[in-house]
Design a binder for this molecule. Structure first.
Ligand SMILES: Cc1cc2nc3c(=O)[nH]c(=O)nc-3n(C[C@H](O)[C@H](O)[C@H](O)COP(=O)(O)OP(=O)(O)OC[C@H]3O[C@@H](n4cnc5c(N)ncnc54)[C@H](O)[C@@H]3O)c2cc1C
Length: 331
């Protein structure tokens, strides 16, 4: 049976809501995004946002969504106005031998041997002499990088062009409060879903980053997920230094944490301390029982599709999840 759900409300204007908006509006659905905050003000605006399936569960659903998103982001990288580019990612471990994940091998992942001088691919030979002696092992692969300062606006513009509408400063206490004229409600509220649908499985994995000016000759992204979490991600106009991942609701930036992040990045990159342009804090919506992407029903019979709990991988999963939401809507 095909249900026609013409009037669609999407709650949330972060990367999940905006991507779902594009997918639905471009399929001809009358789609409105309703959200408290939009784009830069959301968690999505604080993200690094490099493609990598990090801090999201369960792997058997996350990896297919990530691979689907990878393909779309690679296509988008052909258009510089999207803010998507392709970058070489060097993923390191401090602790021991890093395993190249099975899914990364078809994407060209290669071991990198962190001895000194640093072994780099030909494209990044002129890169900084990264102090890779801090790391025990690593691998490299080319992945999409979305510059959030461009990409979130690009998604919003693409959604509006397809006929969608965005209403901000709208805050719902309960999802059922969404106007009944919408026969399909899509919940993309990120960490906000904790209160919106009383989901106690959601945990705020707080992340703080420091934005610094472009670092000369840093052309690849350097990431180490072992404590202390460290990443340096060069974007076209600046560079994101990270990071933290703590269980906390605190959205204020902590200057001591910024100092620690900058010091560790400078130690690894072997550079002088740069000026900090700004600090950002966001709450990664991590869900202990895994990303919630499922169809449900309100007591009044309307359909709701949940799409939240993407943890530290909201960009990485965005297109795969949005297309699955569409599949659920047309079941
Ligand atoms: C420091 C940091 C670095 C990160 N790095 C990466 C990375 O490199 N790669 C990657 O893929 N991911 C990364 N992430 C994770 C990524 O940012 C999140 O997974 C993603 O932003 C979640 O997007 P979302 O659209 O689901 O939620 P959000 O961006 O939080 O958007 C939620 C939306 O819902 C709205 N909303 C919430 N509650 C209500 C309500 N009651 N009523 C109305 N509206 C409501 C909000 O206003 C907002 O518009 C990072 C996160 C952080 C914090």
């Amino acid at each position: 049976m095909i249900l026609i759900m013409d009037h669609v409300a999407i709650i949330g204007a972060g990367v999940s809501g905006l991507t779902c908006g594009v997918v639905f509006a471009e399929r001809g659905y009358r789609t409105a995004i309703l959200a408290k905050e939009t784009g830069q003000q959301t968690t999505s605006g604080a993200a690094a946002a490099i493609w990598f399936p990090y801090d999201a569960e369960p792997a058997e659903r996350v990896i297919p969504w990530a691979l689907e998103t990878y393909k779309t982001l690679v296509e988008l990288s052909n258009n510089s106005r999207t803010g998507v580019s392709i970058i070489e990612l060097h993923q390191f471990s401090r602790a021991g031998e890093i395993q190249i994940p099975d899914w990364a091998i078809p994407l060209g992942a290669q071991p990198v041997i962190p001895n000194f001088p640093f072994v780099m691919s030909s494209e990044v030979e002129t890169s900084l002499a990264v102090n890779s002696c801090f790391f025990r092992s690593g691998f490299s692969m080319r992945v999409p990088l979305t510059d959030t300062t461009i990409y979130l606006d690009y998604l919003a513009a693409r959604f509006l062009k397809a006929g969608g509408a965005i209403n901000t400063n709208v805050c719902f206490e309960k999802l059922e409060d969404v106007d009944r004229k919408f026969d399909l409600v899509i919940n993309c509220a990120g960490i906000g879903a904790r209160d919106l649908v009383q989901d106690r499985d959601l945990e705020p994995h707080r992340g703080q980053v420091a934005i610094v000016p472009r670092i000369e000759n840093l052309s690849c992204a350097i990431v180490c997920d072992d404590a202390p979490l460290m990443y340096a991600i060069p974007r076209p106009n600046d560079c994101v230094f990270g990071g933290t991942n703590d269980l906390s609701n605190d959205l204020t930036s902590d200057p001591a944490t910024t100092d620690r992040i900058v010091a560790e990045c400078c130690r690894v990159l072997n550079i002088e301390k740069p000026t900090v342009l700004t600090e950002r804090v966001g709450l990664r919506p991590f869900r202990k029982s895994g990303v919630r992407l499922e169809r449900d029903q309100f007591s009044d019979g309307r359909t709701v599709i949940h799409n939240y709990g993407h943890g530290g991988a909201g960009f990485t999963l965005s297109w795969g999840c949005a297309r699955d939401v569409l599949n659920l809507a047309t079941l």
